[in-house]
Design a protein around this ligand. Sequence first.
Ligand code: HPA
Length: 261
Amino acid sequence: MKYAVIGGSVLTQIDGLEADNILHEEIIRTPYGQTSSAFTVYQYAGNELVYFNRHGKTHTIAPHQVNYRANMYALKQLGVTHVIASAAVGGIHTEMPPLQCVIPDQIIDYSYAREHTYNEKNNQEVKHIDFSYPFTESLRQRLISAAFSQHINCRTWATYGVTQGPRLETVAEIRRMQNDGCDIVGMTAMPEAALARELEMAYASCAIVVNWAAGKMPSVENTTENIVRDVISVQQIKTCIEKGNKQLQKIVSFVVSGEFC
Ligand code: HPA
């Protein structure tokens, strides 16, 4: 078992992973172009762990510009078997307020124009993957157990709606997503999860809610006048990201330390 942790807007570092733990940095060339950055291979609690940030080392790659195919292909080349993907998301469901930790179990994909498969026009037989359950249940359960053993309150189910970004959604878009059954909204789980499945790597998402989705702030919902005024505060998102980082670090470091091997 070899873990990779994908950092994003949250999980920009992992508790206990210092320069001393770095074994090496790997630059992986792929047939799909450049990865978001080099990959850092750490020695952590006796195990090797690969870390990279999908938005790049200086956080300049927007969700729609991430080369998901190159990144996931590179993880496979590095021998990764289990991928833990961090996610900063907006809360749609009333039980998904800011700072809530969520381990989602379903996805609805609203993203578009992303390179989303390794099936290409190369005369190879088309491979249809089963994607009924887009997250690997055993890895999800490890994240959930880690959260509870760290006394972190986490939601163990949620449908993650993946939007194209980089802009946030309109109130009407979130209303439609809620009608569709989405509980949280983010921009990066797809095509990442599907590519992991095509490459036969286990994949689960560890999400932190960093804002109420558009129009979902409880006090303003259904009052047109307030919806117009109550916009999402980017400063508030930043504060939640900082706080949420700590929770996700605890969960992830507990899992990769080998407690659940
Ligand atoms: N929408 C989409 N992606 C997000 C949000 C949001 O409200 N918050 C954090 N990532």
